[in-house]
Design a protein around this ligand. Structure first.
Ligand code: ZN
Length: 412
């Protein structure tokens, strides 16, 4: 068969199993756009050609895809990756039965992370966060949402968002402003004043440095009224909306955020039927965080109801120093199947297509002409076939053989 005319910069040749996530162009029974023995060519930083290996164009550089699983670069739509300090001691205390409320009372938990982050020099923050994002990249992730939220004052929130933006050379970073992560200790006596500070001081300072605004609306965090006021102000400042929703207690924020035009709502362990309905009606993505569910020994979100209503389900690591110190999206996919009831195909869409939708990025999470030029190639766990169900079944054991970002080889 003739090869395609023209010359690519980079050709990934003869990929054993490629999941394009474009179920329209490449229909299969799982809806993952599965193809066999295909090649993908990149030119001028773009995905230029995708088709049968036998028709592939010539290229300056060739990667052999035999025995490998190809997927679009994974998307992690929910991380708190910029922090200082460690809460490993808190983990041991909680295992021995000390309640989190008591740890908070003593200035631990999120308060200790805020204190350490405010003190940390910018270089130290950036170095640790860069290593965390490089860790996600080593599992095939090429786009990461990074929240602020451990500064909780105007200058530190801005600093965290600037640190996140500087990491854009490691992965593609989507910055989210989360000044409403918790009421900082010094404002506990006047929470209304802190809400005003978020809206009147933090937001104007950071709006140009973030794509999204997020709020932690829950028992012990922000009330529904406070959350709606903060999200509305963010929307007026031109930011897209996310919310930590219905995790510890049901507040109604999922439906309220949906009505405000939210792109996604996240956690959702206590989402009710009206909330599911609101997400479906407004086309909001449900971002599930099974790592947090596991660490908090919590209940699962209502996956069957979300599925029934046709709500797109995405998965995030929630990478943070306390409730979800989770660095591996494939472990998240495995947990999502085992403790939340997702199918393998739903988990894979959750790491790719739907995660990209949770960040309002239509060019990510799938592969084909017009998609971002990000391709991850995985070697399956030893002795396993090159199929995505082997990646999800095994907790670890896989390896990123090659990673292409912006049409260039960055790993392998
Ligand atoms: Zn979170």
């Amino acid at each position: 068969m003739p090869s395609t005319p023209g010359r690519a910069d980079l050709l990934v040749s003869g990929i054993s199993t490629l999941y394009t996530l474009d179920a329209t162009a490449h229909p299969d029974e799982e809806g993952l756009g599965r193809l066999h023995d295909v090649s993908v060519a990149f030119k001028d930083g773009e995905l230029w050609w995708l088709g049968p290996a036998a028709h592939a164009p010539d290229a300056d550089e060739i990667i052999d895809g035999e025995g490998l699983i190809g997927l679009p670069g994974l998307v992690d739509p929910h991380t708190h990756a910029v922090w200082a300090g460690s809460r490993a001691d808190e983990f041991s205390r909680r295992l021995s039965g000390v309640p989190y409320a008591q740890i908070l009372e003593e200035g631990g938990g999120i308060h200790s992370t805020v204190a350490a982050t405010r003190r940390a020099p910018r270089d130290e923050l950036a170095e640790a966060a860069r290593a965390r994002l490089a860790g996600l990249r080593s599992h095939g992730v090429t786009t990461v949402e990074v929240k602020s939220g451990y500064g909780l004052d105007p200058a530190t929130e801005l600093r965290l968002l600037r640190v996140a933006a500087d990491l854009n050379d490691t992965v593609r970073v989507v910055p989210t402003f989360l000044g409403a992560h918790t009421i900082p200790a010094e404002w506990r006596g006047d929470r209304a004043a802190y809400v005003r500070q978020i809206i009147d001081e933090q937001l104007p300072l950071v709006a140009a440095h973030a794509d999204f605004i997020d709020v932690y609306c829950d028992r012990g965090a922000f009330t529904l009224d406070e959350a709606v006021a903060i999200l509305s102000a963010g929307k007026a400042a031109g930011l897209r909306i996310k919310a930590h929703a219905e995790q510890v207690a049901h507040t109604g924020i999922a439906a309220a955020a949906a009505a405000l035009g939210a792109t996604s709502v996240e956690h959702l362990e206590r989402l009710d039927a009206a909330g599911v309905e609101a997400l479906a009606q407004h086309g909001v993505v449900a971002v599930l965080l099974p790592g947090a569910q596991l660490y908090l020994r919590d209940v699962a979100p209502p996956v069957a109801a979300l599925r029934e209503a046709g709500v797109p389900i995405a998965l995030g690591t929630d990478l943070n120093p306390g409730s979800a110190p989770v660095h591996d999206p494939w472990a998240v996919a495995t947990l999502a199947t085992l403790i939340q009831g997702l199918t393998v195909a739903e988990a894979v869409r959750g790491l790719t297509l739907h995660a990209a939708r949770a960040l309002a990025l239509p060019d990510r999470g799938w592969l084909g002409p017009g998609s971002a030029a990000d391709l991850a190639l995985f070697a399956p766990p030893p002795g396993e076939p090159p199929r995505v169900d082997a990646l999800v079944q095994h907790l670890g054991g896989h390896r990123v053989a090659h990673l292409v970002m912006h049409g260039e080889r960055v790993l392998g």
